[in-house]
Design a protein around this ligand. Structure first.
Ligand code: BG6
Ligand code: MG
Length: 214
């Protein structure tokens, strides 16, 4: 019986995945390289530090520790410039309504995001109060595809993984959910994500239909 929903943030609740992509591309270009939309699928859900390691490997650049730290800061500054405009109207299609509806039905709501900026983004969307637990990039040692973020989320809801549904748009995130013993709703391509069920957006289903299905 499903009693809780654990949501990824970027690309599930709000379209910030495109801002991460733009910010990382600017950085890659600074390093004299670039990467594709397909390669970006390997960055989705992945922590800031692990994303930068991948981009450096793709560009073939050699950098020292201090430059690595500076580049992480630079990427975040660039991302923050892009999200400054976010407000309560900026949820992905049907997403905020879906979460409000689930909350009103008594389903416990949690966040499991790799982003250290997640609490700030939830505040901008005006939905923080709906969340019983918020696990973000500041609260985990091991990033997705490790299941830690979702296991801590389930703990925060006082539920077992089998009692929660995870909502994810990234390959790493679906892997994390499955590794933790969760059922997973993929937001995006079934072929790419390999979740248990797939939708283009949260608004394509209802909390009741999903709870009945699992
Ligand atoms: C994930 C995004 O949610 O958070 C990644 O999918 C991002 O693209 C990661 O790199 C870390 O985010 P932040 O805000 O801590 O740099
Ligand atoms: Mg995501």
């Amino acid at each position: 019986m499903i009693k809780g929903f654990l949501f990824d943030l970027d690309g599930v609740i709000v379209d910030t995945a495109v801002f991460h992509f733009q910010a990382w591309r600017r950085l890659a270009q600074k390093l004299g390289g670039d990467f594709t939309v397909e390669q970006n699928e390997q960055l989705k859900g992945v922590s800031r530090v692990d994303s930068l390691k991948k981009i450096i490997a793709w560009t073939g650049a050699t950098i020292d520790n201090q430059t690595f730290i500076n580049l992480m800061e630079l990427k975040n500054e660039c991302y923050l410039e892009l999200v400054v405009q976010l407000g309560p109207k900026d949820g992905l299609p049907g997403a905020l309504e879906f979460i409000r509806h689930a909350h009103a039905k008594g389903i416990l709501i949690g966040l499991g995001s790799a982003s250290k900026n997640a609490p700030m983004v939830l505040d901008k969307l005006g939905i923080t109060a709906l969340f019983t637990t918020i696990i973000d990039g500041n609260n985990v040692v091991n990033g997705k595809p490790d299941p830690e973020v979702f296991l801590k989320g389930a703990d925060g809801l006082d539920l077992k993984p089998a009692e929660c549904l995870v909502f994810e748009d990234s390959i790493a995130g679906v892997q994390a959910a499955k590794a933790g013993g969760f059922n997973c709703v993929g937001i995006g391509s079934a072929e790419l994500l390999k979740a248990d069920v797939h939708f283009q957006a949260l608004g394509s289903s209802t909390p009741e239909a999903l709870v009945a299905q699992f």
